[in-house]
Design a protein around this ligand. Structure first.
Ligand code: ATP
Ligand code: LTN
Length: 334
């Protein structure tokens, strides 16, 4: 508990530009949570280093991610939005937790297997221990709940296992976190291959809608979206392409599947895709305007970053000190 509320923790990697999947699966659901929880969100720049980055571009992407969090509606005065790399406790706790994590556990991680296959020329140790750093992010703040997409569930499980193992040895040091998976928009699929998740690192730019895409680009990408044979707008396992578009449409309009099926009865895929494109462009337009304002206001953004970096570092230091003491590391002489 913090300030009388349960603690919520989440974050995204600072790689590339966010997609509609990141937005509908995560960000959009986060903005209302600060009423119920004390919320912390990290710009996960250390995790991004598991893939080779161009330094200048990477720095820009991290700041852009920070601004997108705020533009999407997360108020930085109410939500502690900070840079992971600015709080040294993450890497320090990560080392300790790594000593309580088995290779057998890490070997089972599907994200590692997927990413190793994708970056066969750079299967580094960071990619392998990625879940340990993620566990450190979460446990450092004693988080009760962690909102993530279904693809991150396995990382939440290993975080819980590490926390329970540590607690069994040393007493109640860590809060054991729960995953919080939003009901709608949990997994948005690629527009070019509806069996694959929409991902910001997809090589095919038509596969993903990026949050900063212009309206005409958004509409064009939806027009080109892969659908299924037939012409009926209906939700079903046999129609992954159309079902994905229906999920997206439902998330942005709030309509359920039955209402959407009715709306497009007797109409073809063309009309449907155009409607989805327009609804998405309309949803993203205010976010894009706010983003541009924020990126132009260096003083404001810098002051929010500084304030929240300090707040996060303060919370983190409390847990870290407790852990260091429990495992028997010698205290510094004051
Ligand atoms: P990458 O393609 O580089 O692996 P990513 O697009 O999967 O990145 P992450 O930074 O790994 O993005 O994820 C940020 C958050 O967005 C996580 O909570 C993740 O579950 C969610 N998310 C990512 N892609 C989708 C998607 N297609 N649908 C729903 N949620 C998603
Ligand atoms: N691995 C996550 C990003 C992430 C994260 C976290 C999410 C890093 N640390 C802590 C929640 C809590 C992803 O979405 N790819």
């Amino acid at each position: 508990m913090l300030n009388g509320k349960k603690i919520l923790y989440s974050g995204m990697q600072a790689t590339g530009t966010l997609t509609l999947g990141n937005y509908l699966g995560a960000l959009k659901n986060w903005v209302t949570l600060d009423e119920e929880y004390e919320c912390l969100y990290g710009v996960m720049d250390l995790h991004s280093l598991t893939v080779r980055q161009n330094a200048a571009e990477f720095r820009k992407n991290a700041r852009s991610l920070y601004a997108l969090y705020v533009a999407a509606g997360l108020d930085p005065e109410k939500n502690c939005i900070y840079y992971q790399s600015h709080v040294s406790g993450h890497t320090e706790l990560s080392w300790i937790l790594g000593c309580f994590t088995y290779m057998g556990e890490l070997n089972r991680m599907t994200q590692f297997k997927d990413k190793a296959a994708k970056h066969a020329d750079n299967i580094n140790a960071g990619l392998y221990t990625y879940p340990v750093l993620m566990a450190a992010d979460i446990l450092l703040y004693q988080a009760d709940v962690v909102p993530v997409g279904v693809d991150q569930k396995q990382h939440l499980e290993i975080t819980r296992d590490i926390a329970q193992r540590f607690n069994a040895l040393y007493g109640d040091v860590f809060t054991v976190p729960e995953a919080y998976i939003a009901k709608s928009g949990a997994k948005i699929m690629s527009l070019q291959d509806p069996l694959k998740k929409m991902s910001k690192s997809d090589e095919n730019v038509n596969a993903a809608i990026f949050l900063l895409d212009e309206k005409d680009v958004i509409i064009r990408k939806f027009k080109r979206a892969v659908t299924d044979s037939g012409c009926e707008v209906r939700y079903g396992e046999d129609k992954p392409g159309v079902s994905n578009l229906m999920d997206i449409y439902s998330c942005v309009t709030g309509r359920d599947y039955a209402a959407i099926e009715k709306e497009f009865e007797g109409k073809g895929y063309g009309d449907f895709k155009l409607a989805v494109g327009e609804a998405v462009a309309e949803e993203l337009s205010p976010l894009q305007t706010r983003y541009r304002e924020l990126m132009a206001d260096k003083t404001y953004l810098d002051s929010m970053i500084k304030m929240n970096d300090e707040k996060a570092a303060y919370y983190a230091s409390k847990t870290l000190r407790k852990v260091q003491k429990k495992v028997g590391l010698t205290e510094k002489i004051k």
